[in-house]
Design a protein around this ligand. Structure first.
Ligand SMILES: [Zn+2]
Length: 109
């Protein structure tokens, strides 16, 4: 049995990692291709309007991306002015950074 977080190996009868308190798995999963990507920060966004605009541009150009933000898990998706808070950081693969940067123009700082 293996811990998916710290990768520690345990005896078969052990079900939970003593360090991480997570349920153990039979075997460590293959590392998905996604995790081999070297993600770089493209820019910061102060609200979801900006973020959605940028996301649309990236989607249209098939550039993989993800946000790291407080408001994504709390207020993102809730309509209404005032529901916006926090700062999002946008990450794109290093290989697409230059392209993404050009597409963004002066939308981002
Ligand atoms: Zn662990």
């Amino acid at each position: 049995m293996y811990c998916p977080l710290c990768k520690a190996e345990y005896k078969p009868e052990i079900k939970v990692c003593a360090d991480c308190k997570v349920t153990l798995i039979d075997s460590l999963p293959e590392i998905p291709e996604l995790e081999e990507i070297n993600w770089v920060e493209l820019g910061k966004f102060d609200g979801k309007v900006h973020a959605e605009m940028v996301e649309e541009i990236l989607d249209n150009n098939n550039i993989a991306h993800f946000f790291k933000a407080d408001f994504l898990t709390t207020t993102f998706g809730i309509t209404g002015v005032g529901a916006i808070g926090g700062t999002a950081r946008l990450y794109v693969p290093e290989d697409d950074y230059e392209t993404a940067r050009q597409l963004m123009g002066d939308i981002i700082e």
